[in-house]
Design a protein. Structure first.
Length: 94
């Protein structure tokens, strides 16, 4: 059951990375943006300052993620699943 959950979350976070229609730069920017967003307590302004980009850039990237995954970034349970997915993403790259 736990393996299934982690696999499902991991897939939610990175499934777009295997889509040939998604540019590599989008893949590179989205995961760090999600990670920073979660680290900044889901505050878009703090995330923008941390990453050195405009807050509209953060809003756009988060919107892309929700469109690709269907995730609800206002749901604490979804945020936890995404955090686990990001951790899995980093673990799989090591």
């Amino acid at each position: 059951m736990t393996t299934y959950l982690i696999s499902a979350v991991f897939t939610k976070v990175v499934r777009y990375s295997y889509d040939a229609d998604v540019p590599t730069d989008k893949i590179r920017s989205l995961v760090p943006t999600l990670e920073a967003f979660i680290d900044c307590e889901c505050n878009q302004e703090k995330t923008a300052k941390k990453l050195g980009v405009h807050k509209n850039t953060i809003a756009y990237r988060l919107r892309q993620f929700t469109e690709l995954t269907g995730a609800d970034l206002s749901d604490p349970h979804e945020i936890l699943q995404i955090k686990i997915g990001i951790m899995s993403y980093h673990y799989s790259r090591d």
